[in-house]
Design a protein around this ligand. Sequence first.
Ligand SMILES: [Zn+2]
Length: 250
Amino acid sequence: MHPILLIAYTFVTLSVLMYVVILVLNVRRRFSPNLNKKRILFVTAHPDDECMFFGPAIVDMSQDCEIYLLCFSSGNFYKQGEVRKLELLACCKILGIPPDNVELLDISSLPDNPDVDWNVKILCQNIEHFSKHVDANAIFTFDKDGVSNHRNHKALYNAIRNLSSRPARPGFLGYYVLETVSIWRKYISLMDLPYSILSGKNYFISTPNSIIKAQKAMYAHWSQFVWFRVLYILFSRYMIINTFQEIKQT
Ligand SMILES: [Zn+2]
């Protein structure tokens, strides 16, 4: 066998074996602190961010936590905002977020637009307000690269960094950001498992049932469905693996 094929075969076998061991030992979540029975707030920029990027974490935590979603735009870049609002609710229902726990803001100064820098002060005010309202124990959002480098995603990270320097409410555990991985890791699906696990970060790994649930949730955003989304569903590691870094509160 050609050496490159041999390396690829070894890597695939190692990843699949690791996945089976994780499922058998039921160690699909490694997270410190313990988030059991907590109120968890996800902050996103557009309808579909929740299932494209955060699916493994949301589906897993929806089993034992109360999940809330604060989405900062209706995704109206192509004038489909009204349809996308309904799609977001349908998607969240599949993921395990009740409609009453979903807050979709549509602030004119924060449009769905990759060329617009969202105002961090407005973001902080709204995140703080909603977080207090639902008494969130932890907040999850994008990291500094926003997975796809979208400016609206990166603005949410800047807001979280700002909030992390403020005094925390009693019972608040922390801010966690979704790790952006390189393009080489982004589309190798399960093959990213060894690195994700061994890198020592907080992680969520989906079961086969959870993967199917996240895929169904993706289909709820039917107005966004183009051929390359099928490839994304099949190959993106974000459909199976989420790794998070904590933003230290200062
Ligand atoms: Zn987005």
